[in-house]
Write a protein that binds this ligand. Sequence first.
Ligand SMILES: *Cc1c(COP(=O)(O)O)cnc(C)c1O
Length: 406
Amino acid sequence: MTKSKTTPDANPSPTTGFHFLQLPGPTNIPERVLRAMHRPAIDHRGQKFADLTRTLLHDIKSVFKTTEEVFLLPSSGSGAGEAAIVNSLSPGDGILMFDSGQFSLLWIKMARQFGLDVTVHENDWRRGASPEEIEATLREDSAHHIKAVFVVHNETSTGVTARLPEIRKAMDAAGHPALLIVDTISSLGSLEFEFDEWGIDIAVGGSQKGLMLPPGLGLNAVSAKACKAAEKATLPKFYWDWNWMRENNKDGFFPYTPAISLFYGLREALDMMSEEGLENTVARHTRLGTATRSAVEAWGMEPICEDPREYSNSVTAVLFPDGYDVENFRNVMRDDYGLTLGGGLARFQGRAFRIGHMGHCNELMLLGTLQGIELGLSQIGFAHNHDGAQAAGRVLSRTPAAMAAE
Ligand SMILES: *Cc1c(COP(=O)(O)O)cnc(C)c1O
């Protein structure tokens, strides 16, 4: 491994102690989950496996806050997004999408690849999908050519959380029947999300972010309305076919070899989530996000997200000050301190870094991260205010009750 250019005696070896994986995915995997997965495979056509699967398919619903169907797919989050599209839409269907970040942009490319007629709303990548624009576009579409609105709930490349309840209201105000498809890959299990209450039709999830698992499981939560749309959808599908899945799932089985080891991990992760309680999980992320932003402010830096209503509590993307090399900074953090941070993506490449604070993360891990960032900033010669960790500590020392009352 090549070490970055730093003073040789700057700090002891980062190979001892814990490595801080503060990426917005993949995230830290709890020991409990790792141990749960360390088991031999079992027959995925046997009763023992079906018994496990049934508990997973049932309990995962509570994470989405739904009583509707959830499918577990052997894929990364992108595969689950593809499943959402090919199951619910037909070639030439209209779909409204937002060019508001790197992940949003990837979905646009995917939809085009499938021959959908994509209406794109662009913004400067510093805010989320606009409820007002959705309402205006849907009102104009009196022929109902648009079959789906696709929104990224939490844009991981920019740290922006779209206002889904307002988007739902906007769609209802327009009286338009389009499906609401959302990418919840970096929000599920971290941020408030209400599949049923918010009238979501398809939610796309992935295992390696808030769910605290390794990558490799994709998820689709599917409303009755989306199932109905699926009956008429003609995009080609085989591997992703919900019907095939459903037929097998009803007895606890899968059409093909599922990700057995990840299922063991998911069982453990679901137990951990139910022990904490989803509301407490969301509150913890709110505290971590608020504390992180107070550190960013103390550093005299700026989050990419411009609208405080849309600040993400699972990831904070920070614009790096001009004149400093952010990639060098990230190398220093990783190689000299054992702290991995996310980089800026696409149009923020080389201009920003990202702090993941989702999933298996607590207050001291965050304070270690923020204090670590200050060591790295000093090392690259960023001579400004270094009281970010202190500012974050002040936020974290407020009791949850006091914070809720503010
Ligand atoms: C990580 C992520 C993706 C991509 O998921 P993969 O698991 O890498 O396929 C898509 N959207 C969002 C919002 C993400 O955070």
